[in-house]
Design a protein around this ligand. Structure first.
Ligand code: ADP
Ligand code: MG
Length: 238
């Protein structure tokens, strides 16, 4: 189980407030999408959830336990970024198992976990390849595989598809939806792409200037946008 709660989260960078009091609940197994224009604070919010950035104030909890002071490796989360740099000299298998090796997991257990993830991501035939011999979509799947092997309770995706071409993005969206089903995991997904948000989300969080403008299902936001910004962003006729 993994329910995430953000309570009045604020972030200042050198006196400038970029996150201005965000409250949010992400329920167990929910697929929540953060949308909003560039610079609205999506990545900063994700990095605070991941523990890669401190909060200026406010509480972050998982299953009711405050985790502000828990290090990123101990939060039970895994993050997939836009720039999914793989180690070029390592095989797919070694790339996927690298964090487990750092965590001193035995080779046999590493192999078992990597194989299980490779099966889910349809990478079984590619485990011996180096990244340069993979397509963009395959590389992105390896990056997701690195997250899966750690068996996180919550996945954080920060614009993971923005480097892929349009056709591949559509395919990866379908694969991520399948992954969400198959892993029974809680997922938070950042995008500035309205179509991605509308097609993938159980719940959309619309951000602007470090403030949550509205939270709701795609249909709620489409039919009942709270203001012109949400309507314009979601593409509803209001
Ligand atoms: P988004 O991911 O929605 O594009 P970000 O979270 O990256 O937005 O950025 C939100 C705001 O915070 C922007 O104005 C950005 O310039 C600023 N910002 C982000 N990271 C830093 C940092 N490390 N130092 C100073 N300002 C930052
Ligand atoms: Mg960003």
């Amino acid at each position: 189980m993994a329910t995430l709660q953000l309570n009045n989260i604020v972030k200042d960078f050198g006196g400038t407030q970029v996150i201005k009091g965000v409250d949010l609940e992400v329920k167990d197994r929910e697929f929540v999408v953060f949308v909003g224009p560039s610079g609205c604070g999506k990545s900063t919010l994700m990095r605070m959830i991941a523990g890669l950035e401190s909060t200026t104030s406010g509480d972050i909890s998982i299953d009711g336990e405050r985790i502000n002071d828990v290090g990123p490796a101990d939060r039970g989360l895994a993050m997939v970024f836009q720039s999914y740099a793989l180690y070029p000299h390592m095989t797919v298998e070694d790339n996927m198992g690298f964090s487990l090796r750092l965590a001193k997991v035995t080779q046999a257990e590493r192999r078992e976990k990597v194989l299980a993830a490779a099966r889910i991501l349809q990478l079984e035939e590619l485990l011996d390849r180096k990244p340069r011999a993979l397509s963009g979509g395959q590389r992105q799947r390896v990056a997701i595989g690195r997250a899966i092997v750690r068996n996180p309770s919550i996945f954080l995706f920060d614009e993971p598809l923005s480097n892929l071409d349009a056709a591949l993005r559509v395919q990866m969206r379908i694969e991520l939806a399948r992954l969400h089903e198959e892993l029974d995991a809680t997922m938070i997904y950042v995008t500035h792409d309205q179509i991605e948000a509308m097609t993938m989300a159980d719940k959309i969080v619309v951000l602007q200037g470090g403030v949550v403008e509205q939270i709701g299902s795609p249909m709620e936001l489409y039919h009942h946008p709270r203001n012109r910004f949400v309507a314009g962003f979601i593409g509803s006729p209001k």
